[in-house]
Write a protein that binds this ligand. Structure first.
Ligand code: PAF
Length: 291
């Protein structure tokens, strides 16, 4: 596996691969790899000739009071893990390579960035994500790019950029990878101390309960979000949001009809955690529940 740090080197490597008729898969990451990242690399490896993983802790998607400085970084460990997954190139540029002096462009997606994490963290967050991902697409020119479903809103934002700017890349969403007790894997889980780690499982348990209710025919958003809120309250967790939103445009869903995104965010100990389920209503509403 090669580690490349400059855009010029990265472009040359991709140009050579493309000239040989090879397809290119990109896994954009901020490092601190866990099984979730490795599952994206495996998917990319299975579907492409050349696999590029970018490792860049993107400063523009962090707010002034967020964890940019503390964000876990261990390039040597990440490189070893990526190499073991058969990754061909680890693209690990410096901040000045990506944002040279005079950098003045930002990509803003309206609408779907104004709710959930966009509201909780601020508009800068998805502007930072959309801008860096678009740059990575421009540098690597992948056929396929792989993202984890844990960041469901991020995937929707990236898909919207691809559609609106006519970028020639297929966005592949990969399932959330969970710890044995259900906690969604996240680089930020390292911030959890033992007690917070035990409490954190309430997010996935609440989502499990809500999914079970939906499968039983409960369609009302308040019933479904209430199940999550109750589980969080039991673990003494105050959510930033628990919301049922449309998978098309993230508009609020008051009554489930088909599929919708049930998303939760909360601070637990030192970590800000997010998780989600796609909940489905397939059956008849139970007796007594309004349809
Ligand atoms: O999901 C992440 O790790 C980041 O938001 C991404 C997509 C690599 C952009 O910095």
């Amino acid at each position: 596996m090669k580690i490349l740090r400059t855009i010029t080197e990265m472009r040359a490597a991709v140009r050579e691969a493309r000239a040989a008729g090879r397809t290119v898969g990109l896994v954009p990451t901020m490092g601190a790899f866990h099984e979730g990242h490795l599952s994206l690399m495996r998917a990319a490896r299975a579907q492409n000739d050349l696999v590029v993983v970018s490792l860049f802790v993107n400063p523009t998607q962090f707010g002034p009071n967020e964890d940019l400085a503390a964000y876990p970084r261990d390039e040597a460990r990440d490189a070893a893990l990526a190499e073991a997954e058969g990754v061909d190139i680890l693209f690990a540029p410096t901040a000045s390579e990506i944002y040279p002096d005079g950098f003045a462009t930002s990509i803003h997606v309206s609408g779907i960035t104004e709710v959930l994490d966009g509201a909780a963290r601020g508009a800068f967050h998805f502007d930072g994500v959309a801008t860096v991902v678009t740059k990575l697409f421009g540098i690597v020119r992948p056929d396929d790019a792989y993202f984890g479903q844990k960041d469901a809103q991020q995937i929707m934002v990236v898909r919207r950029v691809v559609r609106d700017l006519d970028l020639d890349v297929r966005i592949v969403a990969c399932p959330i990878v969970r710890e044995p007790d259900g906690l969604a894997m996240s680089s930020r889980n390292v911030y959890l101390d033992e007690r917070a780690r035990r409490r954190a499982v309430a997010l996935s348990r609440g989502l499990d309960q809500a999914s079970a209710l939906a499968a039983d025919g409960f369609r009302d958003a308040l019933t479904l979000t209430g199940a999550v809120r109750r589980m969080l309250a039991h673990a003494d967790i105050e959510p930033e949001y628990v919301e049922l939103r449309s998978l098309d445009d993230l508009s609020p869903v008051s009554e489930l009809d088909g599929e919708a995104l049930l998303a939760v965010a909360a601070r637990v100990g030192g970590a800000r955690l997010i998780d989600n389920h796609i909940v489905r209503f397939e059956g008849e509403p139970p007796a007594g529940e309004q349809s």
